[in-house]
Design a binder for this molecule. Sequence first.
Ligand code: ZN
Ligand code: ZN
Length: 237
Amino acid sequence: MIDAEQRAKQLAQQNPGAGELLRFAAGLLKAQAFLRPADLAGVATAARPLLEYCARSGPPELAAEARAALAGGFDARLRAYWDAGEFDYLARAALQPYARMLRETGQSPGRGVSGTCVFCGSGAWISSRRIPPGPGTGEGAMRMLHCALCAFVWQVGRIRCPACGEEDPEKLPFFTAPPHAGVRIEACESCKTYVKSIDLSLDARRVPEIDDLVSLSMDLWATEHGYVRMEPGLAGL
Ligand SMILES: [Zn+2]
Ligand SMILES: [Zn+2]
């Protein structure tokens, strides 16, 4: 599988409009790769280079937030995000490597959050569709959800809202936009939540959370039409 950082650089060349954001994402992934805290208490200190990167290279609003976090109080923000799960871009970015490490080593995250991910309780920030392995299943694409925090990927029912459980196909519309092949907004009329889904069978180089950044116009469209994304992606939307 192609490395997420490489994919971000590749897409930045192909999509000048999203280039700035993709290059920022590539740098963020690189900063995260060096972040290896052994415990929750160590995350704030370990995350300083990541915050410095965001302060230096992030979009203006995020850069200002990163400067504030560097000035102090970041540990409390990390704890708040870990315990309550309210969206906090920097806290999530700082905690992702730690949450992944816990999952990969089979340690319980011990969070007080019950969301979508069975491991850590976080929301899914992207969905993907892929062809099932093995011969002749003929059942069509598998629908996967990708956890925003611990990177767990799991299969879900194709006709079911992952937020509220709605199963009436009439209430689960999906929307596409011509320039973005294989990308769709999978919405729910009952709870007004949506997830963006990326078809991996069209192009094996796709990395869902990175490819997400090329079709932000679809998120703006969904927001204008009253839908709320289950969990913001790398763009913070
Ligand atoms: Zn998770
Ligand atoms: Zn729903």
